[in-house]
Write a protein that binds this ligand. Sequence first.
Ligand code: DGP
Ligand code: NA
Ligand code: NA
Length: 223
Amino acid sequence: MTKRGAFIVIEGLDRSGKSTQAATLLKRLQDAQSPAKLINFPDRTTAIGKMIDSYLRSESELDDRAVHLLFSANRWELAKSIEETLQSGETIICDRYAFSGIAFSASKIRPGTNSYPLLDYSWCRAPDVGLPAPDMTIFLDVTQEVARARGGYGEERYEKEGVQRRVRDVFERVAEEVEGSGGRWVLVNADESEEEVQKVVWDTVKEIIGGIEGPIEKLWDDK
Ligand code: DGP
Ligand code: NA
Ligand code: NA
C-alpha cells in the first residue's frame, strides 16, 4: 500500500517561535528529500481570511460568535486541498489549526468581568468536528517571562498577557482531550533556544516523515 503524507500541526501561544520552527521544519524535510509543504491558519489570503485579518488588526469589529465561525470556515475552505495533498504523498506542516480555534475563543471573558467562558467550550469545538485530523500536534509551550524577554507581543487583538494566560489554560484542556481520543499531542518546552527546540521537534517528527499508512482521520468524529 502506498503511504500518504503526514499531517503535522504546530500550535502554541504568540511568541512561542511557532512560525520560525514551522519554516525550519519545512526546510529540514525538503533537505531530507521528503515532499512537504507549509500552510498557515488563519489563511489571510482568502475572502474569509481578509475579514479575519481586518478583525485581528482591530480595523473592524465582529460579533464573537461570528468571528469564531469565520476562523472555522477558513479551515473548512482548505480541508479538501489538505486531504488531496496528504493523499498525494506530501507532508503538511500546519501553523495553527482548530485547537487555536477553541483556545482563543473559549478563553474570551464576559465584557466587564474576569470570568470566562463567554463562549462555551463545546460550542467552540462544534464547527471544527469532521475536519481532517492531524497525525501529530506539536505544542510549543512558552512562559510569559520568556515571551516578554523576546520583545513582548505585537499590536494584534489577542497579543496581550491576560489573553495569552487564559488561552494557555484552555490549551491544557484541549491537550487532554486530544490525547484522550487517541491523538498525538507533543508538548515542547519553547523557552529553550531556537536550536534546542529545532532538535526536539526534528526528533519527534522523524519517525513519521516516511509517510503514514492509515486513512486520514476526522477531528473529534466521536463527539
Ligand atoms: P497567527 O497569524 O498564527 O499569529 O494567528 C493570528 C492570531 O489569531 C493569533 O493571536 C491566534 C488567533 N487565532 C488563530 N486561530 C484562531 C481561531 O480559530 N479562533 C480565534 N478566535 N483566534 C484564532
Ligand atoms: Na500572532
Ligand atoms: Na498561523
